[in-house]
Design a protein around this ligand. Structure first.
Ligand code: PLP
Length: 379
């Protein structure tokens, strides 16, 4: 696969490219790359059947998921623990509605993927936000503040690992501590692991899925994963939950009601293809993204005065701290001055920051960063 190839996306009904066609897009989290051939084949094969009625997960999908979870993440999952979903964000809502009542609360740590900040509203519940803190140059959890903030009404914690937008791949120790915190306070732990196959230095620190926690800490656990970020198939709509405990699984499904549509019949097949056959492509992708990641971090450090970025351990999303610059809203400055579309940190609970998506050809990463440099130089 040649990741340098630029595939025009404008006019394809793409949120990223067509929402604000007058701007140069580096915002929403999808990549500009074509999916691997195995995924394209799965689309073609299922499409050529020509009948697209209501679908359910076919048996070999469950087998593919179980094999993938065992081989990539060293976890033993049983078929009955898997819940198929049409996307991951709906699962956040189901979890909150299933376990949190009006007037109760969830806990999150910002800056974080923006639905985390809003999902409690689906249950008319409150959100307790305990922002991440930097310790020795790395963002982590503010353990003391979490203990101080948790109340009897807090029922659920949503973890984002790897973290969007901070790019952290939390260590086993950190995940254990989060799980122990949840256990101590009786919280359901929802672990959003959608970026788990996009960790850069897996040899140094492999991804630690919450599914690897000891059994005692898995009794109130909901793990959410999807092939959508890694294989760039978010538009097909598919994710899955693994919920080891029967009661929690029933509670999760209890508010499903009539709100969820059936799952896309093609997405089931692309998920299977990605997990079964996508690994060689994924490895190529990660080495390409690593070059983009290094460029983003080095360029920010050397070329953009007063901007900083944390070390990015995972994902194709770069978090840039612009608070030392003379600009109140860096994203709108870049939009107005340079015609750039980056994500405003405010959406994640991080004002004064921008999130830059480098999941694109290297030449476009350089182009975008050059525009940021020139535009900030005018401040
Ligand atoms: C942490 C995280 N969770 C969930 C999603 C979206 O998942 P879905 O498109 O399956 O709803 C994203 C997309 O960027 C994300 O970064």
């Amino acid at each position: 696969m040649n990741f340098d190839t630029i595939i025009p996306r404008r006019g394809t009904g793409s949120i990223k490219w067509d929402r604000r066609p007058e701007l140069d897009p580096y915002w929403v989290a999808d990549m500009d790359f074509q999916s691997p051939e195995c995924v394209l084949d799965a689309v073609r094969e299922r499409a050529s059947h020509g009948v697209f009625g209501y679908a359910q997960a076919h048996e070999s999908l469950n087998d593919a998921l179980i094999t993938y979870l065992a081989t990539r993440h060293d976890t033993a999952v049983k078929e009955e623990e898997i819940v198929h979903l049409g996307g991951l964000v709906v699962a956040l809502s189901l979890a909150v509605r299933g376990f949190v009542k009006k007037g109760e609360a969830i806990m999150i740590c910002s800056p974080v993927y923006y639905p985390f900040l809003n999902v409690a509203k689906d249950a008319k519940a409150d959100t307790i936000d305990v922002p991440h803190v930097k310790v020795d140059g790395k963002y982590t959890f503010d353990w003391e503040a979490m203990e101080a903030a948790v109340t009897e009404k807090t029922k659920l914690f949503i973890l984002c690992n790897p973290q969007n937008p901070l790019g952290r791949n939390f260590s086993q120790g950190e995940i254990m501590k989060v799980a122990e915190f949840c256990d101590r306070h009786g919280l359901v732990l929802v672990s959003d692991e959608i970026h788990c196959d996009m960790v850069f230095d897996e040899d140094e620190q492999p991804f630690y899925s919450a599914l690897k926690l000891p059994d005692a800490l898995k009794q109130k656990l909901i793990v959410l994963q999807a092939p959508s970020k890694t294989y760039n198939i978010a538009g097909l709509g598919y994710a899955f939950a693994v919920i080891p405990n029967d009661t929690i699984r029933r509670g999760f499904m209890s508010d499903r009601g009539c709100t969820l549509p059936e799952i896309n019949c093609i997405a089931f097949y692309t998920a299977e293809a990605a997990y079964r056959h996508g690994e060689p492509w994924r490895q190529e992708l990660m080495s390409y993204l690593k070059k983009n990641r290094d460029t983003f971090m080095e360029f920010t450090k050397s070329e953009i005065p007063n901007a900083t970025t944390p070390d990015i351990e995972a994902t194709y999303l770069g978090w840039m701290d612009c608070r030392s610059m003379d600009v109140s809203n860096p994203a709108s400055h870049l939009e107005n001055d340079a015609g750039l579309f980056v994500t405003d940190g405010v959406a994640f609970g991080g004002p004064g920051h921008i999130r830059f998506n480098y999941g694109c050809a290297h030449s476009r990463v350089l182009e975008g960063l050059d525009k940021i440099k020139s535009s900030f130089a005018k401040l």
